[in-house]
Design a binder for this molecule. Structure first.
Ligand SMILES: Cc1cc2nc3c(=O)[nH]c(=O)nc-3n(C[C@H](O)[C@H](O)[C@H](O)COP(=O)(O)OP(=O)(O)OC[C@H]3O[C@@H](n4cnc5c(N)ncnc54)[C@H](O)[C@@H]3O)c2cc1C
Length: 510
């Protein structure tokens, strides 16, 4: 085999400087390894999904309970798992240490909520904390630790390939500077950690792997699935490719990332995000019932002007309800969907969630507090009557008028006869003008990528580990179809970042 010319070397090379990459780098360094981070974006302007996040993090309070919870979510039948029990065990062990680990780094953790999804066994072991300073603060803290340790960050440089020796071991990476175009090979004496995020901005991958198209994400546009390609070329097996933490999102051509709709308005926000759309919404609704009188009504309808779901849907899984395809008409009738509301919701402030994402810490768009700018842009359609609004949306007027009439009747009676929507949220639409915004399948992130085991080792198609290759973060996340709840992905970044960093730094040097 041709000898690889090395331009730089380290014990452990980390690809991607989001939360997972940063945690892996800190851990590998503290395990005694000389570590380098390679990051595609320019360090000064880098925008990671980790920094755009709301900073909510699962920190289980009980190991056995959290294992039960995860097994309930990822066991399909006795012989078939989305995620094997030993990987779940590693997740439970390490995520149970998340809070302590982050506090040991100087982070401040505030209890956000006790309990995961109430219908899942073991839910009471899932505590959810918010990192003070949210995703942005988390990344600032992690970066300060990287700097303190003098871990070099080779930025503006995209990893392009994993380099293997004749024994099939990963021995380094190829990368290219995005400014000068210079190519470099960086040797990794002990291991490489792939932490490049998902494929939220790779249209071809989304078309091939997700079950509905288009699908728009609130993530960083830098997440173009590079790690998936590099891992495939090195012989990795992929998993969870069809899985997403996703629901309905707003997307406008002028802003690269999708945005979270604040469906119920500020009286339902926690903050910026509609409680109605939260995971475990029904449980939370009880807490917020007192505020119900102040809440503005809304419904979500399909292209035929019909409701198709209980709008107390889970923010991270209603996505799966959008995949219904009409093979006679040759389109997805729920894509786009329409969020329909009245002047009361309009008066209630920002239609966008600002606690995370593009209109929040991502600072990709400055949404007007009274929504007037977005109305002028045509992102929000309006009509003095429901029929007039339907005309602007291209929906049959009789159909939308009938839907609103039925919905208003359910509100009057306090019972949703079609979808059993939470009674406290049955607020009629009756204050014209009426408004609508398109909603698309989408969410925070994809979960798919190279399959990993309990030691964060990336696996080949035959299930054997690719020597010296590790995975962390949302790239090849351990989460299958159902998301464990708010705070799942950052929890995994920290847990598997630590596992990958420890394991890579324990490898015998090549
Ligand atoms: C708006 C929003 C809110 C969210 N809120 C939460 C929350 O509150 N709690 C939660 O648990 N999860 C949340 N999530 C999900 C969570 O933030 C992400 O899943 C997680 O941060 C991903 O971290 P990561 O380190 O895997 O990847 P990222 O943070 O996406 O970092 C990946 C890095 O890899 C770099 N990269 C990509 N390709 C290459 C390459 N070829 N070479 C070198 N570098 C490369 C990218 O530039 C990027 O810097 C949210 C996501 C979004 C978008």
């Amino acid at each position: 085999m041709r000898k690889i010319p090395w331009h730089q070397d380290a014990d452990v090379v980390i690809i991607g400087y989001g939360a997972a990459g940063a945690v892996a780098a800190i851990t590998a360094h503290d395990g005694g390894s000389q570590t380098i981070i390679v990051e595609k974006q320019d360090g000064k302007t880098a925008l990671t999904s980790s920094a755009m996040a709301a900073g909510v993090i699962i920190c289980p309070n009980d190991l056995q309970g959290s294992r039960r919870y995860m097994e309930a979510l990822y066991k399909v039948n006795d012989g078939l798992y989305w995620t094997e029990p030993d990987v779940i065990r590693a997740w439970a062990q390490y995520t149970s240490e998340n809070k302590t680990w982050l506090e040991s780094m100087g982070g401040v953790m505030e209890l956000n909520r006790r309990g995961g999804a109430h219908n899942v066994p073991g839910f009471e072991s899932i505590d959810i904390y918010r990192f003070r300073g949210m995703g942005f603060g988390l990344m600032r803290l992690l970066r300060s630790h990287v700097d303190k340790r003098n871990i070099p960050v080779v930025d503006n440089t995209a990893a392009t390939a994993l380099l293997l020796n004749t024994e099939g071991e990963i021995v380094g990476i190829a990368a290219q500077n995005r400014g000068s175009g210079d190519k470099v090979n960086i040797r990794a004496r002990r291991g490489v950690v792939l932490a490049t995020g998902g494929f939220e901005f790779n249209e071809q991958m989304k078309l091939q792997y997700l079950a509905v198209h288009p699908c728009y994400f609130t993530a960083s546009p830098a997440n173009t699935g590079d790690g998936v390609v590099m891992a495939q070329e090195a012989g990795a097996q992929l998993w969870h490719m069809s899985c997403c933490a996703a629901g309905l999102r707003m997307k406008f051509p002028e802003v690269p990332s999708a945005m979270m709709p604040a469906l119920g308005g500020k009286h339902w926000t926690s903050p910026g995000q509609s409680v109605l759309a939260n995971f475990g919404g029904a449980g939370l609704l009880a807490q917020y019932a007192e505020r119900a009188a102040a809440v503005a009504g809304y419904i979500v309808v399909d292209r035929d002007g019909k409701r198709y779901t209980n709008e107390n849907f889970k923010v991270s899984s209603v996505y799966y309800e959008l995949q219904m395809y009409d093979s006679r008409r040759l389109f997805f009738p729920r894509v786009p969907s329409y969020w329909v509301f009245d002047q009361r919701r309009m008066n209630d402030g920002y239609l966008v969630g600002r606690s995370s994402g593009a209109a929040g810490p991502g600072r990709l768009y400055d949404w007007s507090p009274d929504n007037s700018k977005e109305l002028d842009r045509g992102w929000i359609k309006s009509g003095n009557t429901i029929r007039e609004l339907a005309g602007k949306l291209g929906i049959e007027a009789d159909a939308l008028a009938a839907t609103v009439r039925d919905y208003n009747r359910y509100c009057k009676n306090g019972i949703d006869m079609e979808f059993a929507r939470e009674p406290a949220t049955l607020i009629p639409l009756r204050e014209p003008p009426y408004y609508a915004v398109q909603l698309w399948p989408g969410g925070a992130n994809t979960q798919g990528g190279p399959r990993r085991d309990s030691q964060a080792r990336v696996l080949r198609a035959d299930g054997s580990p690719i020597p010296r290759l590790y995975g962390a973060g949302e790239l090849g996340s351990i989460y299958g179809m159902l998301y464990p709840g708010s705070g799942g992905n950052l929890a995994e970044c920290i847990a598997f970042g630590r596992i990958a960093g420890e394991e890579a730094s324990h490898c015998r040097p090549s």
